[in-house]
Design a protein around this ligand. Sequence first.
Ligand SMILES: Cc1ncc(COP(=O)(O)O)c(C=O)c1O
Length: 353
Amino acid sequence: MDIRVLIKEGVLAQKAYGVENAAFPVKLDANENPLVMSEDLRERFAARLASVPLNRYPEAGSPALVARFARAFGVGRDQVIIGNGSDELIQILCTAVARPGAEAMIPVPTFAMYRISAQNAGLKVAAVPLDGEFDLDLAAMRERIAAHPPALTFLAWPNNPTANCFRRERIEAILGDWPGIVVVDEAYFHFSGQTFLPSLGRYENLVILRTLSKVGFAAMRIGMLIGPPALVYELDKVRLPYNLNAMSQAAAGFYLDHEETFLKQAEEIRGWRDELLAALKTIPGVHPRPADANFIFFHCDFDTDRVYTHLMEKGILIKNFNAPGTLRNFMRVTVGTREENGRFIEVLKDIIA
Ligand SMILES: Cc1ncc(COP(=O)(O)O)c(C=O)c1O
């Protein structure tokens, strides 16, 4: 008896999501904030965590955080769900809409978890290639919507890995067409400064995702979903009662108490991004794309597999997207500290010299 006969096709068709867990002195692959908290903040953080009663279940549904984030976003409490990272919120969305035959539409290339969660939930995936500028191909998306209206469309804004914000008018056009739920994933909001939050009242089908992972709390897994009350009501039934552990709830509270510190870091990182972009532009054969996020997507005139391996040998980890088609010889580098970025540029220049 083959155990796989019991497994859904969408699961069988996949490989488990691979994450490079090895330690690298210069880790620029996962779009994290490269800065750690000051000694003083860390002590206060430790004291906050020490006061969490570990013998009790966490507060179900993170009500204190829902209230605080709702206030911060200027929406009602019935419009917010806190997730175990936005990954969990993506999974909740997929699970909730996965009626027989339902589809999720994603532009490609984009964040891998949209496809993975959709397939795991049993959704079909309609992948529509981005245009030559890595913007939404509105005509192709509309064609797809007309042929088979998706239940869910995921738009990362800025997009990962291409680092750009799609043109706002194109997203508005899709929202206005009402193809189903349209998720604008603002994971990199702190680096783009652009948001669809003010549009929430205008579109019944708009959902926004945010995360604390890119501004310094990746380890704590804290994501936020903001949407219309009628949808949030349904999605909340899919969420596991104790989805956010008590440490993470305390950490998110701590973040909100000290948010200005982390926003200042994000501002500093934006400055380093612009320096890194300028440095990449000076390297012959390297063509960085405009970047609205805390990472840069760049094309090379040469084989990036070789560059990737050499960088790793020198203790530097970035992301290699080399694949046949539009991603051939593309790489993505997360903005690190000034020193890390400098080291990356120095080694990259050496490799291709
Ligand atoms: C577009 C996008 N959305 C969501 C996530 C995941 O965020 P979280 O850590 O909150 O699960 C990522 C992480 O890389 C991302 O790039």
